[in-house]
Design a protein around this ligand. Structure first.
Ligand code: PLP
Length: 236
């Protein structure tokens, strides 16, 4: 990215485009949260984003998050969300930094988180990550198994608070496919919510390249890295 905007300017610009899309698509009264995805970014960049009013910080790796958390000013209350693949042997450490796990897609991880939260006698907000890419992927439960997993979490993991779904669109220039993956996630949320009789208010979908399509399709939370901080030197 070669513009000379500050992170604060970019937050404002992204917020503006989200609001335009909301009014253009008849959703004026909705608020969409912005998660600043900060893999590979410095603590200083993250602090600037938090002070500029993003709603949450999103990290992909536990150790990287812990390292940066050590430099985090106490007065900034912005919550941290885990958006990357979480290994069970890192779950305990993860709970030192994250107040929401967006990438829950396996029973065994749900069991581990359940047990850890029993110890803390507290509840953990989670999102179920669904594979909406239409491709084989380690990330996210397959849509056809989503109901089974949601039922399991609701039935057996009372320390977890299932708040909604997260998804990553296919990596393609084909806007129609991207958009239909978002509508698929929204439809799945509506169906699960009805069949399991549970509110699932959060739809975490949309990244730098596709967040406006996601907002048009009902996203309540966009996860933005590149459009806030510029291109990453390494992949996260
Ligand atoms: C990296 C990442 C993002 C942000 O990607 P950008 O294209 O840089 O906005 C969002 N969600 C997840 C799960 C990510 O890993």
């Amino acid at each position: 990215m070669v513009d000379h905007l500050s992170i604060a300017d970019r937050v404002a610009r992204i917020r503006g485009t989200i609001d335009d899309t909301l009014s253009r698509t008849g959703q004026k009264n909705r608020y969409v949260k912005i998660v600043a995805v900060t893999k590979t970014r410095t603590a200083d960049e993250m602090i600037e984003a938090a002070r500029s009013g993003v709603d949450a910080i999103g990290e992909n790796r536990v150790q990287e998050a812990l390292d940066k958390r050590a430099k985090w000013p106490e007065d900034i209350k912005t919550p941290w969300h885990m958006v990357g693949h979480l290994q069970r042997n890192k779950a305990r450490k993860a709970l030192e930094v994250f107040s929401c796990i967006q990438s829950l897609s396996r029973r065994r991880l749900a069991d581990t988180l359940q047990r850890l939260m029993e110890e803390k006698d507290d509840r953990l907000p989670v999102l179920m990550e669904v594979n909406i890419s239409g491709e084989e992927s380690k990330h996210g439960v397959e849509p056809k198994h989503a109901e089974e997993l949601a039922e399991y979490i609701l039935g057996f993991c009372d320390q977890l608070k299932l708040e909604g779904l997260m998804g990553i669109a296919p990596f393609t220039e084909n806007e129609k496919r991207v958009r239909s993956s978002f509508s698929q996630l929204r439809d799945l949320r509506d169906r699960l919510s009805g069949r399991l009789d549970v509110e699932l208010p959060t739809l975490s979908m949309g990244m730098s390249n596709d967040y406006l399509a996601a907002v048009a399709e009902g996203s309540t939370m966009v996860r933005i890295g590149t459009a806030l901080f510029g291109n990453r030197k390494t992949t996260g």
